[in-house]
Design a protein around this ligand. Sequence first.
Ligand code: PRP
Ligand code: URA
Length: 196
Amino acid sequence: MDVHVVRHPLVEDMLASLRDRRTPCDVFRQLAHRVSLLLVAEATRDLSLAETTIGTPLEPTMVRRLAARVVAVPVLRAGLGMLDALLELVPQAQVGYFGLERDELTAVARRYYGKVPKDLGTASVFLLDPMLATGGSAAMAIEGLAELGARRVRLLSIVAAPEGLAVYTAAIDRELNARKFILPGLGDFGDRLFGT
Ligand code: PRP
Ligand code: URA
């Protein structure tokens, strides 16, 4: 699988604030949204277009409109922090949800919820999960999507550890710690996003 690290000065700057422990929850949320906009723009670069004719105020002209059917699947909870960015750029996207939670001791993911649109095989699926640590949650989500027929899946993450790579991400960090948290990372994304 291909890994795309989105290198952009704006992304770097936002990441710096996301990592900063002093960044409060409301600003963290805003930054997660903004950085996700840039990731979505990059990850949707090759979506298919179809030609059609419209009329400008002056004359008919050929234009190209998005032809791909897009399905966004945020991984609860933290992936919700990326969903609005995808919907802002692709408002016609359908949305599904996977609820996954890592065991605090073993870091093994467990699925507690899943609901996705039908006919995933004809869709470009964007899996949204800001943290890719061991890759266990991502692998479980991708397997779940594949079992439901998805053939084109892209994972958008904000910080990835080298141990779990195969995605569009804004940064590949140094390593995981003994508790399988990403270092330097930005902590528990869900807790910071929801102020818990
Ligand atoms: C976090 C994060 C990912 C997962 C990454 O979720 O949002 O889903 O950990 O870790 P992995 O790559 O080792 O599987 P968490 O289980 O903390 O749930 P939350 O989003 O509800 O806080
Ligand atoms: N999940 C998080 O929210 N942060 C990490 O560093 C690893 C998993």
